[in-house]
Design a protein around this ligand. Sequence first.
Ligand code: SAH
Ligand code: MG
Length: 194
Amino acid sequence: MADIKDLKEYAEVNNVPIMQEDGIDFLTTFIIKKQIKNVLEIGTAIGYSAIMMARADKDVHVTTIERDETRYMEALKNIKKFDLEDRITLIFNDALNVKLDGEFDLIFIDAAKGKNKDFFEHFENNLGIDGYIITDNMYFHGYVEMEESEIPSKNIQGIVRKIKDYTYFLENHMLYKTTIYDIGDGIAVTERRG
Ligand code: SAH
Ligand code: MG
């Protein structure tokens, strides 16, 4: 029997940054409450969040994109194990090279943290009229609230700067309004302005 515990264990052992417990609860509750049917996910990893979203309701379909081959292969295996091949479409590519035609009720951004704005702009035309964009890791493991001088590496400093730019971009966007929730590693929920 497929067990979600095995995915969590694999993620733990192999350092795969899957969503935290309260984050995934928020996401699946959101899907049920807003009656989300079509989800686009950027950043599959091993398929944990895609599987959890698909299991939230039997009418949910998830299209999910992963660029890392090892993780893609693992996700493929896990989606089969959970018998969700008909409800999860897995794409092996860099998301920024993928052009999609469909419209989605929810676009979930959980990939390279310095590229959130690129993903947002690349896929915003695929957002349904009443759709939502949810972005994970807005706190980036707590680094976002640190002084730059306290941040241990230049690389992390660079990512933090980009997350701050992205936060500014979301909060000052003419077309969208955003709320950032203090859940998991910080979750931004964006919707069109009325
Ligand atoms: N959503 C997953 C975790 C994703 S971790 C879960 O909660 O279960 C982030 C993943 O995004 C990594 O596996 C990484 O390889 C992938 N990624 C990063 N940049 C990407 C890009 N440009 N295109 C596709 N995948 C990307
Ligand atoms: Mg994440």
